[in-house]
Design a protein around this ligand. Structure first.
Ligand SMILES: Cc1cc2nc3c(=O)[nH]c(=O)nc-3n(C[C@H](O)[C@H](O)[C@H](O)COP(=O)(O)OP(=O)(O)OC[C@H]3O[C@@H](n4cnc5c(N)ncnc54)[C@H](O)[C@@H]3O)c2cc1C
Ligand SMILES: *[C@@H]1O[C@H](CO)[C@@H](O)[C@H](O)[C@H]1NC(C)=O
Ligand SMILES: *[C@@H]1O[C@H](CO)[C@@H](O)[C@H](O)[C@H]1NC(C)=O
Ligand SMILES: *[C@@H]1O[C@H](CO)[C@@H](O)[C@H](O)[C@H]1NC(C)=O
Length: 374
């Protein structure tokens, strides 16, 4: 790899002078660890960067959330603050990726969101403004007509243009990009943080992108973390192409949300879903699967009847949820090296990935800046 020209790269700061080339260690190779590694590389062209993890793209395990996501961009944020910002940064980055590299699994598509409650009860509105913050970003939301709404629905919104993700292809691309940017991959399960830092004694700074994984590390325990079980059904593309994504829900986030996400690049269609807090069960629940399929055919007429669906697989993933939201924070005290946390993205890991990675790298810069050492 030819290092980028230092005069034009963001790394031309005192923190990366050759005499102090930092050595970064990232724990976790889900969408968060991989994206953070790429943003880190863009800011530190000559640093040593290693991603250490038990699971990498291609693996399918209940301990690895990323392959199981739907996935799409449909923000849950309404804080008039950092969470909206993370999703906005990611939306713009997805637009750039979809435009430049149509083959990497991010595609534009419209969506219909159908709600079974009044808008004030849906958590769609940002309290401070009384508006839906991403209205313009998605091309101007349109209210669905009565005739477009399924029976019993209260209202619906068309998102003219958002993103859907073929997670299988996109994760592989992130990993491939890491490799072409001289990021080292190291596969190992670490029973503890002590074991991790013993294996990598030269680490300058650790990025913690281990999601639910650290509940099993013997010397750490963030009790704010909990799984939110999500079950989906992957089906083949139906004879009638599906022109848009669909979701239906009483609220933006609800245990009973129904969704239909056609994946780009021959990825089939994901039917969902469920949101079962504190449930670790990895076994598909076949009764729930029937219920998901029934709800989906009701919502997306292109699917036909339940009997017409060709099931490829029943899937279960655990969203890394966290009381208080994602933790993106610099911690200097409790460990030998500074730690930047980037975990607990729950059901929003893809749609907030680039924004949270940029925030994490800002914190890395803060931790390594000469002023910080005074
Ligand atoms: C059904 C479902 C639908 C979803 N839909 C969407 C969607 O539409 N849009 C969206 O944005 N998000 C969606 N999500 C959420 C998204 O999948 C997660 O937020 C995201 O994958 C979290 O990524 P992560 O990198 O933090 O965690 P993970 O992908 O779980 O990665 C954790 C990494 O840490 C490693 N690790 C942990 N502990 C250790 C250890 N002790 N030693 C070594 N390695 C360790 C693991 O091996 C792994 O590499 C959905 C999730 C599910 C389950
Ligand atoms: C790639 O990274 C390794 C280890 O971090 C380093 O020793 C090597 O010099 C780097 N190669 C290039 C071409 O930058
Ligand atoms: C990493 O995050 C986990 C939760 O995923 C937390 O329990 C743990 O304390 C963190 N590790 C470090 C190095 O602080
Ligand atoms: C967890 O989810 C499974 C599958 O839906 C269900 O059978 C089981 O009863 C749930 N367990 C708990 C503790 O809620």
């Amino acid at each position: 790899m030819t290092p980028p020209n230092p005069t034009t790269s963001p790394s031309s700061t005192p923190t990366t002078s050759p005499s102090s080339t930092p050595t970064f260690l990232i724990l976790g190779a889900g969408v968060i660890g991989l994206t953070t590694a790429l943003v880190l590389r863009a800011h530190y062209p000559t640093a040593n960067i290693t991603i250490a993890a038990k699971h990498f793209p291609g693996d399918r395990s209940i301990e690895y959330a990323s392959p199981w996501a739907g996935a799409n961009w449909a923000s849950f944020a309404h804080d008039n603050g950092p969470l909206e910002k993370y999703d906005e940064v990611t939306f713009r980055k997805f637009a750039e990726i979809a435009e430049r590299w149509p083959e990497v699994g991010i595609g534009r598509m419209g969506m219909w969101g159908v709600f079974d409650a009044r808008i004030e009860e849906t958590d769609l509105l940002t309290e401070a403004t009384g508006k839906i913050w991403y209205d313009e970003l998605v091309g101007g939301l349109r209210n669905l007509d009565e005739t477009e709404l399924p029976k019993g629905a209260v209202f619906g919104l068309e998102f003219p243009s958002t993103f859907r993700i073929n997670t299988q292809i996109y994760l592989q691309w992130l990993q491939h990009r890491a490799l072409t940017h001289n990021i080292t991959l190291h596969r190992q399960h670490f029973p503890s943080l002590t074991a991790l830092l013993t294996t990598f004694p030269r680490t300058t700074l650790l990025i913690n992108a281990s999601a639910l994984g650290s509940l099993h590390l013997t010397d750490v325990h963030d009790t704010a973390l909990y799984p939110t079980r999500g079950q989906t059904v992957l089906i083949t593309e139906p004879a009638t192409p599906i022109p848009r994504m669909y979701f239906r829900s009483p609220k933006r986030v609800d245990p009973e949300t129904t969704y239909v996400f056609p994946r780009p690049l021959g990825g089939g269609v994901i039917l969902g879903g469920s949101r079962q807090a504190d449930n670790w069960s990895a076994e598909p629940d076949m009764e729930l699967a029937q219920d998901i399929m029934r709800r989906c055919v009701e919502l997306a007429p292109e699917l036909g009847r339940v009997e017409d669906l060709q099931v490829v697989s029943h899937n279960v993933g655990l969203r890394p949820s966290r009381i208080g939201g994602p933790r993106i924070e610099l911690e200097r005290s409790s460990h030998r090296v500074p730690v930047v946390h980037n975990y607990g993205h729950s059901g929003a890991g893809y749609q907030s990935s680039w924004g949270t990675a940029e925030r994490a790298v800002e914190l890395v810069k803060k931790a390594l800046s000469p002023a910080a050492k005074l």
